[in-house]
Design a protein around this ligand. Structure first.
Ligand code: MN
Length: 328
């Protein structure tokens, strides 16, 4: 996944709706609606982006949330040419279709629904992502970014594929734990801050235990979900804040949602194009290294031109606090 926008939470970011939640357990719920953004590449896949948002930059270390499809592969698909990342992990999760990941470490991996592709960019990596054509097939999925903390963001890049993830279930819900731990069920995926990423398959009324020190958010993927009394449409993100020990969910019809959480990130972040850094110099060096063929290596298996970084703005890029709060 590649970000075409220079300022990912720019003035076109959609407004948020805040409605008081049941204050007995946790903060008010804020429902963030997505804005539609074109992805790079020739297939022109459009994604619904809810993070970063004007009123919310991060949920734990989760700093980027794109949801796309379901779209017929005959009309739209994913073809994102090689592009670089630093300072983050990319998390790819599909509900329908298949996507080929190719990176500059030589990894080549087709991902299918129920599997996790996790790329820890650290100091730098480049990758390309291409949907696998299937007659009559559809593509539906998410790509998320996790910001790496300062102590881990300079590590060498690595890629993980997890085809067999642990499950948790309760009345009305089956969960697949992608990242972190839910109620003692732990994903094998590498994490660098305390966080949670889990897919919830919902039918009827469900309750999911939460870590009260985490902030959480629910992204509806497939069907409308009632999140503690708030109706959340597919592509929208319900931000729950901190302090909840459990979450009540209700789906009239079977549907799926993503539950994201984590300890508030705490560090300031500078997100620009496909880079997550701390300073203008971090970003300018990464951009220069990509433009001059240093640091990131080459994605050998992809036939086609790599993406070019946009020009830097004439003013210095500034880091911003993570978490909630309006962006100046
Ligand atoms: Mn990417």
């Amino acid at each position: 996944m590649s970000n075409l926008l220079r300022d990912p939470a720019g003035p076109d970011a959609a407004p948020a709706t805040t409605v008081p939640g049941s204050a007995a357990d946790g903060a008010a719920i804020e429902v963030l609606t997505a804005r539609e953004v074109p992805l790079g590449g020739t297939r022109k896949l459009r994604v619904r982006r809810t993070l970063p948002h004007r009123s919310l930059r991060t949920v734990g270390a989760w700093c980027f949330v794109d949801h796309y499809g379901p779209v017929p592969l005959a009309q739209e698909g994913m073809d994102v040419p090689p592009h670089p990342h630093v300072g983050l992990q990319t998390v790819t999760w599909l509900l329908e279709g298949e996507v080929l990941h190719q990176d500059s470490l030589g990894s080549e991996q087709v991902i299918a629904p129920g599997q996790l592709n996790l790329m820890t960019a650290g100091h730098g990596i480049a990758h390309a992502e291409t949907s696998v054509p299937r007659p009559g097939g559809h593509l539906h999925g998410v790509q998320l970014w996790v910001a790496l903390p300062d102590a881990s963001r300079h590590q060498p890049a690595h890629f993980e594929h997890h085809a067999d993830l642990p499950a948790w279930s309760g009345p009305g819900v089956e969960a697949t734990v992608l990242m972190g731990e839910l109620d003692g069920v732990r994903s094998p995926a590498a994490t660098y801050t305390p966080l949670l990423g889990t897919e919830l398959s919902l039918h009827g009324v469900a309750a999911v235990p939460l870590e009260p020190d985490f902030e959480h958010a629910v992204l509806a993927l497939d069907g409308t979900v009632d999140v503690d009394g708030m109706l959340v449409q597919p592509g929208s993100l319900a931000h729950l804040g901190r302090g909840r020990r459990s979450l009540r969910l209700h789906a009239d019809r079977p549907g799926r949602a993503l539950l994201l959480g984590g300890e508030p990130f705490g560090e300031e972040l500078l997100m620009w194009w496909n880079f997550v850094g701390r300073t203008h110099e971090d970003i300018a060096r990464a951009r220069e290294d990509w433009a001059t063929g240093r640091r990131f290596g080459r994605v050998v298996g992809y036939s086609g031109e790599a993406l070019l970084a946009p020009p830097l703005p004439s003013t210095r890029l500034r880091p911003r606090p993570s978490g909630s709060g309006r962006i100046a």
